[in-house]
Design a protein around this ligand. Structure first.
Ligand SMILES: [Zn+2]
Length: 562
């Protein structure tokens, strides 16, 4: 970050010294000397050179012409053989999560391996932070599948290990948590608490709370948990953006913005601190409040921040067995009950009613749906609203993971953009295979079939659910190999070019910015990523090892490895 600020400042000083005035335009920059993949069109094309002026791409084409256009005073940006691409566009992640690291314990770094190890990590955190009795201990990236016991830690175990503290372990899926007695009491949750619609409050055989809350039931705890202050968030904003920039992203998404965070993101102070673009998806639970405001401009930037659309959640996650399917999970419900095929978080009627308000207002709809039954709900609602592809409303179904093949035709008819999540083929395909048949898991995040159906698919990390690593995402969409080495749907593997489209042109279309970002073409933003190897000429197994050398936003270097 320091480096970025310094470079920006240094460039400004250089211009001032050269021209004797700060009002003069900056000289053009000439990029050349390595493959420049434009992502313009359906097959790979490279150009020799790019001219950048005032943050925009002025020219992309032959080097001789570029030199003439750039002028004698152009800044020379020799790639020295490195590969340049359009900056990556984050199709779905949770930027807010990158802001919250300061006051939480990350259980994945270093990873805890079993329940005693988990309790030790919590102890060490309490000691290091000197957290007093009554204080909050909030841990993130909790995943019982990564514990050797392969079960949830219990309220009783947390009570015994950390008496007096309020302990909350946030599940890696973002769809649940485990809390101890003191934390549950702070939120007024006990055995008699009514289960909110679409939620689960787990109890043991004696009817006692286990501490595990899923989906809407987990929301009961959030209001009493401490939130970072405005000052803490501002201080964390630079580091949060650098986490994206170092992966080559020039655009990030906050995939479920809480109403309480909106004033911060829309503030002038936050706007001044943003140097990558950020698209916000306000969460639907405060929809009426949002609709009543006439100061909210959706679809256009203020500085680097844009209100993109409204985020709905229709179901849970398949690895936590809370996604909503038309078929049963072999392993039953999270509590082990059979038969179980998940459940929706909102009923179809409610979703349709709320989605209609959003659509009538001209705002874009983003619906999280993992299981095929939740995807059916989205399709039914869009049909009820009369949305067809020709209207160009572009409703986005985030994850769209367990689609049935025939649902792709529905997407094409309605004009839905699927935001896929191929990292599941690596991280959780083995878990999915224990629940569902091969043909179901083989069609997870079907990038290739979606392209064949004429859709504009994107690929995402859902950070903090999986790492922001863009090359890992490329690799999972190309290899589809699980942790245990099983390939899910070899016929859905994509080429390196299609993998890159899902990180550039696909997400640009999904946010209505295809004429602004995602390609290297005259008139578009000069947002680039420079890689140490050309992904189009790298064997699939080595894709993960490609390094980001530099990230450039509107002509400015915002991150570089050296
Ligand atoms: Zn998400």
């Amino acid at each position: 970050m320091r480096k970025f600020r310094f470079k920006w400042l240094a460039a400004g000083l250089a211009i001032a010294a050269f021209t004797g005035s700060q009002a003069q335009a900056e000289p053009a920059a000439l990029y050349h000397g390595g493959p420049i993949i434009t992502m313009d069109g359906d097959s790979p094309e490279t150009v020799e050179a790019v001219v950048v002026r005032d943050g925009l791409i002025a020219f992309a084409g032959p080097e001789a012409k570029a030199r003439t256009l750039a002028g004698a005073d152009a800044i020379d940006r020799d790639l020295h053989g490195a590969t340049m691409l359009p900056g990556f566009i984050d199709a779905h992640s949770h930027f807010t999560a990158a802001l919250q690291g300061a006051n939480t314990l990350d259980l994945s770094d270093p990873p805890v391996k079993d329940i005693p190890g988990l309790l030790d990590a919590l102890h060490a955190y309490v000691a290091a932070r000197d957290i007093p009795e009554g204080g909050w201990v909030i841990a993130t990236q909790y995943d019982q599948e990564e514990l050797s016991e392969r079960r949830q830690v219990t309220r009783a175990e947390l009570d015994a290990a950390l008496p007096g503290r309020k302990v909350v372990l946030l599940h890696i899926s973002g769809h649940g948590l485990v809390a101890n007695s003191t934390a549950l009491a702070a939120a007024g949750i006990d055995e008699t608490t009514a289960v909110p619609p679409g939620g689960m409050i787990l109890k043991d055989e004696q009817g006692q709370l286990t501490g595990a809350l899923f989906e809407s039931a987990s929301f009961l705890l959030f209001p009493v948990m401490p939130q970072p202050t405005e000052e803490e968030k501002l201080a964390a904003l630079d580091a949060a953006q650098m986490r994206y920039a170092r992966e080559g992203y020039t655009h990030a998404q906050d995939g479920a913005t809480q109403a309480s965070d909106l004033p911060f993101f829309l503030s002038e102070a936050a706007g001044e601190h943003m140097f990558i673009d950020l698209a916000l998806l306000p969460f639907y639970t405060q929809l009426d409040d949002l609709l009543s405001r006439d100061d909210l401009q959706f679809g256009s930037y203020r500085g680097h921040v844009k209100l993109q659309g409204i985020k709905f959640i229709l179901d849970g996650s398949p690895q936590a067995r809370t996604a909503y399917f038309t078929r049963d999970y072999a392993n039953g419900s999270p509590a082990g009950h059979h038969p179980w095929h998940g459940q929706p978080v909102v009923d179809e009627e409610t979703f349709t009613r709320l989605a209609r308000k959003v659509n009538d207002r001209g705002w874009q709809i983003f619906a999280h749906a993992n299981g095929d039954a939740a995807i059916d709900m989205a399709i039914h609602a869009f049909d009820a609203l009369g949305i067809v592809a020709g209207d160009d409303r572009r409703p986005i179904v985030i994850h769209s993971q367990f689609q049935r093949p025939e649902q792709l035709a529905d997407y094409a008819r309605i004009g839905v953009g699927p935001a896929y999540f191929t990292n599941h083929t690596y991280f959780w395909a083995d878990v999915h295979r224990s629940n569902f048949g091969k043909e179901v898991v083989d069609f997870i995040s079907p990038l290739r079939a979606a392209k064949a159906a004429g859709l504009h698919p994107s690929n995402h990390s859902d950070f903090p659910v999986t790492p922001l690593d863009t090359r890992l995402m490329m690799w999972t969409s190309m290899a589809r190999v699980s942790k245990s080495g099983v390939v899910s749907g070899p016929d859905q593997r994509v080429s390196a070019y299609a993998a890159l489209q899902a990180l550039t042109t696909g997400p640009a279309w999904q946010i209505f910015e295809e004429n602004r970002k995602g390609r290297i073409h005259a008139g578009l933003l000069a947002d680039f990523v420079v890689l140490d190897r050309n992904p189009l000429e790298t064997p699939t197994d080595a894709i993960r090892d490609i390094a980001v050398l530099e990230t450039i936003k509107e002509g400015r270097t915002i991150w570089s490895r050296n």
